[in-house]
Design a binder for this molecule. Sequence first.
Ligand code: GDP
Ligand code: CO
Length: 394
Amino acid sequence: MKLDHPRYTERFGAISLHGVQRVYELDSGFSNGRPTSETIRSIGNEEISEIEKKMAIVIPIKGERLKLLEGVLSGIPHDCLTIIVSNSPRQPVDRYKLEKEALEQFNRFVGKNALILHQKDPGLSDALKEVGYNSIFGPDDIVRNGKAEGMITGMLLAKMAGKDYVGFIDADNYVPGAVNEYVKIFASGLAMSNSPYTMVRISWIYKPKVSESGLYFSKWGRVSEITNQYLNSLVSYYTGFETEVMRTGNSGEHCMSMKLAELLTYSSGFSVEPYEIVNVLEEFGGILPTENQEAMDKGIEISQVETRNPHFHEEKGDDHIKEMFFGSLGCIYHSKICPPRLREKIVEELRNRTMLEEGQEIDTLKKISPFNKIDMRQFANILHERASSLIHFV
Ligand code: GDP
Ligand code: CO
């Protein structure tokens, strides 16, 4: 893959937040020894392949159409470990069973390393309880509903499998070729990073909408523009310079080194993606004290890469948009580093959109603790023993 070196970078404490980089060539061939230019970096197929071997791709899924899942599976490079974490209903139709069968059939042909697990499996909750990881539970002591909860479960499986990198791809993507590009971008971004604590986020070139006059290639999703605006304001408040650096606040498609992933605190449900950025700022921005001096010394890198493929996914309804707004702005609003003036603006924003009434408070979001302290052997033992929905295909 050939892509830009970052053209500019916001530095915030120990964090380097790179501006969006473009892809020039999806496949730049094997490296032929020619030096790459000052501005463009070529990451050869061998280098990408080496990283893919160390990467797990987590697919969180809740009741998506099976045809879409099958397409997504076909787009993931063979050498990555595929992990499906499902929160699909099991009654009246056992959607999880259908997903499992689809994966099994796919695997019969491709012979790929893949795992599938149901988020509500009591065996999973038992294993988490035994190792003292309680922040992920609902009042019934079972893993809560929520996309973040699914992603964290996936990260634990990736760590259990000894992977160094973990990426996320939504299950509702219509274009397998785009899925393939996301993973190539993940690997290329990781190859370009100078720190072991690193995150690569996908910026979609277009998010097409179907309108009466045909396809409209819009640049922004309904929520992401606003989320990015507030994340940028948060950075600007501290640096004193307005910035537009942040463009991927809501990007479900992103990856991290396990070293970074296990240090973060996560926010429940759909606030997970923007809060990753907020938490990196909280943890490594130099504003609040941190326990992670080693990461501070090495530095945290966040890159954002614009795809060549447009992003086609399922259009969810207005309730989903509202939930996304609340999650995205709520996690900024409730952050310890959110300045009072920004808080006021967020309240105003939600009121103008008639999402918040006079006197109504913005709900706090549940947090999930870092998983770096979990005893993985114990977790793995109990999980294998008790989680009946866990299947490992090889
Ligand atoms: P959007 O694309 O960000 O607007 O949100 P989606 O509704 O498409 O959700 C993103 C992905 O998360 C999809 O693959 C969903 O099926 C999946 N998802 C949503 N809620 C949950 C959940 O509670 N658990 C799991 N495991 N996945 C979920
Ligand atoms: Co979606």
